[in-house]
Design a protein around this ligand. Sequence first.
Ligand SMILES: Nc1ncnc2c1ncn2[C@@H]1O[C@H](COP(=O)(O)OP(=O)(O)OP(=O)(O)O)[C@@H](O)[C@H]1O
Ligand SMILES: [Mg+2]
Length: 453
Amino acid sequence: MTKIQRYLRTVKPYPKQEEFFEAKTTRVAYGGARGGGKSWAMRTKFILLALAYPGIQILLLRRTFPELRENHIIPLQKALNGIAQYKDSTKEFTFKNRSRIKLGYCLNESDILQYQGQAYEVIGMEEATQFTYMQYIALTESNRLSGNTEGFVPRMYFTCNPGGVGHEWVKRLFIDKRYNENENAEDYTFVPSTVYDNEYIISKNPQYVKTLEALPPLRRKAMLYGDWDAFEGQYFPEFSREKNVCRPFTIPEDWTRFTAFDYGLDMTACLWFAYPPDRSRLYVYRELYKPNLVLSEAACQIRELTGNEKIRWSVASPDLAGRRQDSGKTGFDIMSSFGLCGVMPADNTRITGWRMIRELLRDRSDGEPRLMFFESCTNIIRTLPKLTFDPRVSEDVADSPHELTHAPDALRYGVMSMGFIPGEVRERAVPDVDPFAEWREKKPVSYVRFLES
Ligand SMILES: Nc1ncnc2c1ncn2[C@@H]1O[C@H](COP(=O)(O)OP(=O)(O)OP(=O)(O)O)[C@@H](O)[C@H]1O
Ligand SMILES: [Mg+2]
């Protein structure tokens, strides 16, 4: 028996997965809930296609590299041992029949451009709701014959859960089935599955089913039963009180701390962040959330709450760089007069910032999210899950009700100031500013002088 025959003997799809394998349309989506055997179905389908159609070019995408590695590269290496060659530099499996499965990820909107001008007969978007509509459209342009498989009809496969930046377009095409004039209803198939369709989990990991059953109501509806209406309009369905909120603990000395704040007279929202030396996780450990503070008062309260903690850097609303007409000073000058000396204007690139938060809220490969909030930070915990999509600007957060935006803006400023994503390989040097040093060293603070000037 050849290795291929031996492999094929191990492939035993469950009934829903079989339906997915056999679907004949050019756009086939599978899943819609957690644990329904989506990743298994996608990669197994692609192996079968690669073996059946010599020379076929297949592209399999996930949003981030760690997910790609855990969900596909490692299992594919196991399954294809002796059947296809894996090349790490290009992340592709090449079969003896010249078929190729190329794996990729698209963290940023523009990462999709690398596939432009290429030809793949089959494209798979794993967790399609993590991709934007523009990314999907860009990929459809590469979904064409590569010249090796005459007669093959190019097609795309999707797996998905409700929620995420792509919730709207996936729901429209596969759940609501509302099509525009360039789309044909008969091209689309959706095979719903839930964890109850995955015998492997039911028998080998019943604890996982219990975890899904114990989720808070809306999340349970979406993740256990595949209810696409549960998250309607919510910007961060990834946020989960159960997962992203923790009991406060004493932050070890060697952790890096920084602060970020969104200033407005209607609300001062300041967040304190900390992360361990291995940069594996980011904690928001304190918040200041108060209306009607003038900037000098806000600066003083931030200092007081900081106490003797060493803050490596601090960022604040970039509009504080503007000069006040009355004093001729900028907001940063004023903060500096009150002992917050090196505060930097925050990067206010909104959509990139929201995307970074979304990545951080999701689970790492160890099943834990990378962003955690101490339960004492009640306002960021309250407002973040209430944010909704801006109906006018694609992928942005709605600006109303305005009260909801202050703490999330501070969070976004903080996340954007780091220059790296916890747990990701990409790392840049972090700024070493210590804006509270002057005050901590008890140098004279020109508080009174400022009031007099
Ligand atoms: N037909 C099958 N035969 C054997 N094992 C399977 C089969 N289908 C799924 N599994 C196993 O069940 C587990 C969960 O499957 P998988 O990771 O594909 O689910 P998923 O829907 O992608 O989950 P998630 O929602 O967490 O992404 C994995 O260990 C997978 O190998
Ligand atoms: Mg999966």
